[in-house]
Write a protein that binds this ligand. Structure first.
Ligand SMILES: *Cc1c(COP(=O)(O)O)cnc(C)c1O
Length: 235
């Protein structure tokens, strides 16, 4: 097995061990292999090792890759969503992780209706109020969720967050726990099921799983180091 296959297997084992520590079923956790900046060959290697779900953060980069790769792969859009790209994003991606405003949710619902699609979406929460990141503040989400719940074409599956980067993965734990608690509160307020939590990346996915993540977005721990930050990236 190649390097990517070995890394994938190791990540899956670490997810399973984290589940075991908190008595969760590993089947509840979707590993999204974040392939941005990596070539089709790397994605094929991962697919050959059984990986089906991949994450990309830029439409311009992702579209030709998706086009060239086998149809059975499932794509999640994890980058910042520009309104003028929505019409192209929705047909290619099953799930969109970073819907960051009511306006965008309303717009996306309309485009999805036009296209006859029912995309799954996560609402991104900017938990630490960082200027550099998009997302709802917890307060704005409390205020606006009722309106979002009215949108019937998009399927709001849960919350997503990229907490402030830290050296020690334990430093992310309180953010992950807070996202889970916000989810519980919003479920009670809105009646939306919100089953999913998209949280945890290469450095802290095990902690995220322990705190209830249903989707972890792991790139460099599978594919290796990325050369540089890319535009559209949410970090
Ligand atoms: C790049 C990216 C990831 C993956 O980051 P790694 O540290 O390489 O695992 C996860 N989520 C988002 C939103 C990203 O942009």
């Amino acid at each position: 097995m190649g390097e990517v296959g070995k890394q994938l297997q190791e990540i899956r084992e670490r997810i399973a061990a984290a589940c075991e520590r908190v008595q969760r079923d590993p089947a509840e956790v979707e590993l999204i292999a974040v392939s941005k900046t990596f070539p089709e060959a790397a994605i094929l290697a991962a697919a050959g090792a059984g990986q089906r779900v991949f994450g990309e953060s830029r439409l311009q980069e992702a579209a030709p890759k998706i086009e060239a790769l086998p149809d059975h792969l499932i794509w999640h859009f994890i980058g910042r969503v520009q309104k003028n790209k929505v019409r192209k994003i929705l047909p290619l991606f099953e799930t969109v992780h970073a819907v960051d405003s009511l306006k965008l949710a309303v717009y996306m619902d309309g485009v999805a209706k036009d296209l006859g699609l029912k995309p799954k979406i996560f609402l991104q929460v900017n938990q630490a109020g960082e200027e550099s990141k998009g997302g709802f503040s917890p307060e704005s989400l409390r205020e606006e969720l009722a309106e979002i719940a009215e949108l019937k074409q998009i399927q709001v599956v849960g919350l997503m967050s990229i907490p402030p980067a830290v050296e020690d993965p334990e430093g992310s734990r309180h953010w992950f726990a807070a996202l889970r608690e916000l989810r519980t509160e919003l479920q009670q307020r809105s009646g939306l099921a919100l089953p999913d939590l998209s949280m945890g990346m290469s450095g802290d996915f095990e902690v995220a799983v322990e705190e209830g993540a249903t989707h972890v977005r792991v790139g460099s721990a599978i594919f290796g180091k990325r050369e540089a930050k890319i535009p559209g990236e949410l970090e």
